[in-house]
Design a protein around this ligand. Structure first.
Ligand code: SF4
Length: 143
């Protein structure tokens, strides 16, 4: 099941732009390996300046995470979907994720969103608030 990225809204309530939705689809299709950000810019046909702004917007909205890497001797970032959107654990695979559910993701209204990333003090993989929301989602899907 693919998520309807073009229907998701940010915590501020603004709908994702076509460019943001397209970027998320490309990043999602790369799976856990993610994509180097310059590759994404190329696929989207945008320059690095616009691309960096795009990545920061998606990062702030909690849709992606980025990891600093060195590629061909250059420092860059690898972009991956954030766990709440990306994770497809067997128990969650059958979930019907509606727009309402997506809007309930606690990250969208979390005061720590901008500081939250894998490996950080605030991290989706260890966040009790996000775990609680996912567990509730699983529990409801079994009712
Ligand atoms: S701290 Fe938790 S709720 Fe907040 S953005 Fe990170 S994962 Fe989401």
């Amino acid at each position: 099941m693919s998520l309807p990225f073009n229907t998701l809204r940010s915590s501020g309530g603004s709908r994702l732009s076509e460019l943001e939705a397209r970027a998320l689809e490309i990043i999602r299709d790369r799976g856990e390996q993610g994509i180097y950000q310059h590759e994404l810019w190329k696929l989207l046909g945008i320059d690095s300046r616009e691309g960096s702004r795009l990545a920061l917007r998606l990062l702030k909205k909690g849709f992606i995470v980025r990891e600093p890497v060195v590629h061909n001797g250059h420092r860059t970032y690898r972009l991956m979907l954030a766990k709440p959107v990306q994770r497809r654990a067997p128990a969650a695979a059958e979930l019907s994720i509606s727009l309402n559910m997506a809007l309930d993701i606690p990250c969208f209204t979390c005061p720590h969103l901008e500081r939250c990333h894998e490996g950080g003090y605030f991290s989706p993989s260890v966040c009790p608030v996000l775990s609680k929301w996912l567990n509730e989602l699983r529990r409801r899907s079994k009712i």
